[in-house]
Design a binder for this molecule. Structure first.
Ligand SMILES: Nc1ncnc2c1ncn2[C@@H]1O[C@H](COP(=O)(O)OP(=O)(O)O)[C@@H](O)[C@H]1O
Ligand SMILES: [Mg+2]
Length: 337
């Protein structure tokens, strides 16, 4: 049995992030501003938003994968399994990473080393976080490869990453991420580069493993079909802020922020076809072009002078919230009529 470094507190969210702000050194505006989200055991939080809005940077910060020389993290209040987590504590983050928290990426070669056999890489991940012997670690690697659907795992162990297909490499990366039974998995667009059939298989795999282990999952995606399929909750991110968040049904059926409404407008309903988020005209501002007040104001069809001031966070019950002067939607439409 692999030793866990954090005893999960069943009552607390696995990850609870409050007020996470971050800037790259040399910039005078925050890239991420006041992020708040949490995810519980067995739940899947989908973080959606266009390319460049900070989804990956936020996750890398939580995993301790951003060099402190490049970023300055604000006084965030982060709890992991109920315990405070200092995002500046590199040693602690290193010990959690790959054990209690794991991350998978769009490009498996971000995690896999091309120079080592896959069996050795997975066994190494086991031994790094437990007292397992090489033989035990290898056995665990075989079991994990079998679990992620790699045929003939005893033989595959000896192969190098380049000998595998893209889908198989993705499975190996998942095996390596999950081999120590993490409480939290962050999956950063893990299926974007794969063809549709393989995408569906990988999503099913993640879902099955989650059902088995009860891990909390944060899925970063811009595929609303993926969101509809696996999310329990959704956080909509725009230019480094969460503009709307809530249970998946609320976000699809009753979106309140103009940005979310724009994203959803091309998607009929929860059961709709797969769609990409391409419907809002314009591009995400960079820290240099970030407007004051509401960060979406430069693209918002409803923007008014007041939007140059910070928008309030409005609550609609059941954890549904939006960051907009004019939410809920009815109010907004009346005012613009
Ligand atoms: N090393 C860096 N230095 C300065 N800015 C960066 C750096 N890396 C990323 N950024 C900024 O962070 C933004 C968000 O990046 P990212 O988190 O990758 O977006 P997403 O994952 O949502 O597509 C980028 O558009 C860029 O402006
Ligand atoms: Mg990204």
């Amino acid at each position: 049995m692999v030793e866990t470094l954090v005893e999960p507190d069943a009552a607390a969210p696995v990850l609870d992030v409050r007020d996470l702000s971050l800037r790259f050194r040399g910039f005078d505006r925050d890239l991420l501003s006041g992020l708040r989200y949490s995810v519980r055991s067995g739940e899947t939080l989908c973080i959606v938003g266009e390319s460049g809005c900070g989804k990956s940077v936020a996750s890398l910060a939580l995993m301790g994968l951003l060099p402190p020389t490049a970023v300055e993290i604000g006084a965030a209040d982060v709890r992991f399994c109920g315990e405070p987590l200092d995002l500046g504590d590199q040693a602690r983050l290193r010990s959690l990473r790959g054990a209690s928290m794991a991350m998978i990426f769009q490009e498996p070669m971000t995690s896999l080393n091309p120079a080592f056999r896959i069996g050795d890489q997975i066994a190494e991940a086991v031994m790094a976080h437990s007292g397992a012997t090489p033989a035990e670690a290898r056995e665990r690697a075989v079991a994990m490869l079998r679990k992620v659907g790699i045929p003939a795992p005893e033989e595959r162990l000896n192969e190098y990453p380049h000998q595998l297909s893209g889908g198989m490499r993705q499975r190996v990366m998942i095996a390596m991420a999950l081999v120590n039974d993490p409480a939290l998995l962050i999956a950063d667009e893990p299926t974007t580069a794969l063809d549709v059939t393989i995408q569906a298989q990988i999503l099913d795999l993640i879902r099955d493993l989650q059902a088995e282990t009860g891990m909390a999952t944060i899925m970063i995606t811009h595929d609303l079909g993926v969101v509809a399929e696996i999310a329990t909750d959704v956080a909509v991110m725009y230019a480094g802020t969460i503009v709307e968040a809530g249970p998946v049904e609320r976000i699809f059926n009753d979106p309140q922020h103009p940005y979310t409404i724009g994203l959803m407008s091309s998607v009929p309903r929860l059961s709709g076809p797969r769609q990409r988020l391409t419907t809002v005209p314009g591009t995400v501002p960079t820290p240099q072009t970030m407007p004051d007040g509401c960060r979406f104001s430069t693209r918002c069809p409803f923007a008014r002078p007041v939007c140059a001031t910070d928008p309030p966070e409005r609550e609609f019950g059941a954890g549904h919230r939006a960051l907009c002067h004019f939410a809920p939607l009815e109010t907004m439409l009346e005012r613009s009529a």
